[in-house]
Design a binder for this molecule. Structure first.
Ligand code: SAH
Length: 596
């Protein structure tokens, strides 16, 4: 979110120490006065900037004039409405931006209840008007209260009564500043989950009384949601038949679960999964998306005459409210998986939705994903991405290849390149996994299956996805379904010529022996499957490994959200290589990668 918080008391709080020592020395008193004057100066200089009316295309010389005009001509008093609706600093910012962007009439503004979706939408944290002085003044600047007069008096108080009033006013102001700061901290850590940034803010607090330097807020969302506003990305996803057909297959062949269910589609995009859910008999579907694509989803739902079942709600799932009468849902369906499974960090949002909206015993779809890890010979890809640079028109451009070792490479490798049995390096059961567990460190042991000595250039990572009809975990013996070219699953769900789907023609989920077990639908993004848009994630090795049959590559795979961008991943792979007959102590290799 492009949050511009310039309210001086939010980013430049008073030193909390002062509150604990009311008997301050005279020099500290002077400092207080200096701070006060500085703040007053900020408010004053802002208030004196040209300012546009909230309701008309007229600009006034000062904020006060603009406010006075809006009050006398349109009956709009910001302080009154803020108090009536109990608006916190962020809601006040959203209100101004909403008025500026949507141009409601003053009577529409007067009729607001405080529960309108824009009060919780990040979209309206972005200034609608560049450098809007109304966003930069404090709420108390909107009116001429006695208290403000008390604070604005630059000269020392003349008698005890006015000194007491002034101290009380300052204390109230300090309390408000502390509350705002606490709110702000909570807001930042909830939205961005950034322990680092909170620490930065703490440091900034400590420095603030002397420097008044504001810490810019980081925004990992705007670009992310913008990228989902594009048509192309949705076209790629929908055309990924392994992906879309598997979702369709699960939803449409589990009508017993979907019939009359209340479903939430987290990150609905075009609304495709919601449409499947409605077709499967859902009573009500709430389709949530924070990107502009939500507007397209609304049109799509209407065009398919499903607006009596599907309600598209635009906003981050973390912020939205369900309509009156709805509290919990029976099923959460979401396609949240990113490259290397966790790139994008959308799973955090889905888990948030689970904790807030899924009824006890409800179904998460998918219900489980597993990150798979294997040795990958990757000779061809190595030549293409790295070897290629060493001879370009007879010149050595190898310097271009070095980054390849720092960043994971997303590309397709064939099944023949995999030279060990894959192992599960992270098993994510959506029923109970927590966001904290998404930063992890897992040991692995890969045994070469090569029948001759070869050079292994990389590790490969991919994921398998499972949907169980009950939302329960898969039994250990369950095998992932590998989609092959020409597989009926691709044709059954989306037959050539776009004929409507008929549930009875569907094959059931992947076979599971025994009765009473949940029906399972699954797909793999591994090299053995028809390639998906996720491809595979390749970690090239600076030192290729020499392996023969039985060589053991053992180590630890660490994965965590990047501290620079919470949607990116930092991966660390520590490993040793040991041939079966070798008795020496092997060297430990460590390589760091970014998935970005
Ligand atoms: N369900 C669609 C789109 C999947 S892509 C399909 O299967 O084709 C993921 C979508 O989730 C994107 O459109 C993105 O904007 C949305 N999204 C990601 N995080 C979100 C969040 N926290 N709140 C709401 N929408 C989110």
């Amino acid at each position: 979110m492009a949050l511009r918080l310039t309210g001086s008391h939010i980013l430049q709080p008073e030193d909390p120490e002062r509150d604990e020592h009311p008997d301050t020395s005279s020099s500290e008193d002077e400092e207080d006065d200096e701070d006060l004057n500085w703040d007053d100066w900020v408010s004053d200089s802002l208030a004196k900037r040209p300012c546009k009316s909230l309701f008309e295309n007229r600009t006034f010389d000062t904020v006060q004039e603009a406010l006075l005009y809006d009050e006398t001509t349109h009956g709009f008093n910001f302080k009154t409405i803020s108090e009536r609706l109990g608006l916190d600093p962020y809601k006040r910012i959203r209100l101004i931006n909403w008025i500026r962007k949507e141009h409601p009439s003053s009577s529409e503004v007067a009729a607001l209840t405080g529960t309108e979706p824009f009060f919780t939408s990040d979209e309206y944290l972005k200034p609608s008007l560049e450098d809007d002085p109304l966003l930069q003044i404090e709420p108390d600047d909107w009116s001429d209260s006695d208290e403000e007069e008390e604070l604005e008096k630059p000269e020392p108080p003349k008698d005890l009564a006015s000194a007491t009033r002034r101290i009380q006013a300052l204390q109230r102001k300090l309390e408000q500043a502390k509350k705002d700061l606490a709110y702000y901290r909570q807001f930042v850590s909830e939205r961005l989950n950034l322990a680092d940034l909170t620490n930065e803010l703490k440091k900034a607090d400590e420095a603030s009384s002397s420097t008044h330097v504001a810490v810019p807020l980081r925004d990992d969302d705007s670009h992310y949601f913008q990228s989902y506003a594009e048509n192309d990305i949705h076209s790629v996803m929908i055309n990924d038949k392994v992906r879309t057909a598997s979702y369709a297959k699960f939803i449409l062949s589990n009508q017993e679960a979907f019939k009359d269910a209340v479903v939430m589609d987290v990150g609905c995009g075009t609304g495709i999964l919601s449409l499947f859910a409605a077709k499967a008999g859902a009573k009500r579907v709430f389709s949530i998306d924070a990107s502009d694509i939500a507007e397209k989803a609304k049109q799509i739902v209407k065009a398919n005459e499903l607006d009596n079942v599907i309600t598209v709600i635009r906003g981050k799932v973390e912020d939205i409210k369900l309509p009156e009468g709805y509290d919990k849902v029976d099923i959460i369906v979401s396609e949240w998986m990113g490259y290397a499974l966790l790139y994008e960090s959308m799973l955090d949002s889905v888990l948030h939705a689970r904790d807030r909206f899924l009824r006890p015993g409800g179904i998460m779809a998918p219900s489980q994903t597993q990150m798979m890890f294997a040795l990958c010979e990757a000779g061809e890809l190595f030549k293409e991405r790295i070897g290629f640079w060493s001879d370009v028109y007879g010149f050595d451009l190898s310097a271009m290849a070095t980054d390849v070792y720092d960043d994971a490479v997303v590309d397709v490798v064939g099944p023949e390149t995999v030279v060990s049995e894959p192992v599960v390096i992270k098993d994510l059961y959506l029923g109970d996994i927590t966001p904290k567990q998404l930063d992890f460190s897992s040991p692995f042991k890969l045994v070469s299956t090569s029948d001759r000595r070869i050079k292994v250039h990389s590790f490969v990572l991919y994921f398998d996805t499972y949907f169980t009809s009950t939302g329960e975990p898969i039994p250990p013996e369950a095998d992932v379904y590998i989609v092959k070219e020409g597989d009926p699953v691709l044709a059954e769900v989306w037959p050539l010529g776009g004929r409507p789907y008929q549930a009875r023609r569907m094959s059931s989920g992947s076979p599971l022996k025994g009765k009473g077990l949940p029906k399972i639908t699954s797909f793999s993004t591994g090299p053995a499957s028809v390639p998906t848009h996720w491809k595979q994630t390749i970690f090239f090795l600076r030192e290729p490994i020499s392996v023969a049959g039985g060589t053991v590559v053992e180590g630890i795979f660490k994965c965590k959200k990047s501290s620079e961008n919470s949607r990116e991943l930092d991966v660390e792979i520590h490993y040793t290589v040991k041939d079966p007959e070798d008795t020496s102590t092997p060297d430990v290799f460590v390589q760091l990668y970014k998935v970005r």
